[in-house]
Design a protein around this ligand. Structure first.
Ligand SMILES: CC(C)(COP(=O)(O)OP(=O)(O)OC[C@H]1O[C@@H](n2cnc3c(N)ncnc32)[C@H](O)[C@@H]1OP(=O)(O)O)[C@@H](O)C(=O)NCCC(=O)NCCS
Length: 189
């Protein structure tokens, strides 16, 4: 099978959001969202351990993600407030196994737009897209047990807590050992 031959749209909508793959030119909007949120991302996302990226670095990220999306290797998805150039968060379908198909959903919220249900709405829409359009049989969400706001998202959406992997990670800032929670939703053939 050739994943690169699988045709599917690069955008779809939920009530408040346009969810779409990154494109060349998205760098400034993405950078603004990242810049606003860096202190809140830092404790939970290893990529935010360093300095805030420049606009040029964000543009490179968007172009690389665009290529990976087209190659069906990794499906990053930006969360746009409908009818605006405002990104309220980022998500995507990662660690893909097209043979199943299975995907892992990741996410972060832009700080000024957190606590309003945008991430829950986006993940619900992305799960629907994965099951209905991509034919997913398994969706996973993994998070550090200490990240309660993150674990609340799959819990709110009826994902099953399948496992806790004890001592499965070290915190990227403190080096403290931690547990990984695995949530999943599945669909039979
Ligand atoms: C994890 C993270 C994305 C969660 O963001 P969030 O803002 O809590 O998630 P949502 O946008 O779904 O908002 C949920 C909140 O909005 C409320 N809400 C309001 N309207 C809502 C609606 N229509 N639907 C659902 N929830 C709604 C919920 O009650 C909830 O409030 P609460 O936190 O007081 O319980 C965010 O904390 C974050 O970016 N953290 C840093 C990065 C990170 O940890 N990423 C995950 C790594 S595994």
């Amino acid at each position: 099978m050739y994943p690169v031959h699988i045709d599917f749209p690069d955008s779809f909508e939920t009530p408040r959001l346009l969810i779409r793959a990154p494109r060349p030119g998205d760098g400034p909007s993405f950078n603004a969202a990242v810049r606003d949120s860096w202190p809140e991302l830092r404790p939970w996302l290893a990529f935010a351990a360093g300095d805030v990226p420049s606009v040029a670095e964000s543009e490179t990220r968007m172009r690389t993600a665009h290529q990976s999306f087209l190659a069906r290797q990794d499906l990053m998805l930006l969360l746009w407030l409908k009818g605006s150039d405002i990104i309220v968060g980022s998500s995507g379908l990662h660690r893909i196994d097209w043979q199943i198909p299975r995907f892992e959903i990741g996410y972060w919220a832009r700080t000024n737009y957190a606590g309003q249900g945008y991430i829950t709405e986006a993940v619900a829409g992305i799960a629907r897209f994965a099951f209905d359009v991509l034919g997913a049989r398994r969706l996973e969400i993994r998070c550090d047990r200490r990240n309660e706001r993150s674990a609340a998202v799959p819990r709110r959406l009826g994902f099953v807590h399948e496992a806790t992997l004890h001592n499965n990670c070290r915190h990227h800032l403190t080096n403290e050992l931690g547990d990984t929670l695995i949530f999943a939703r599945t669909q039979p053939d």
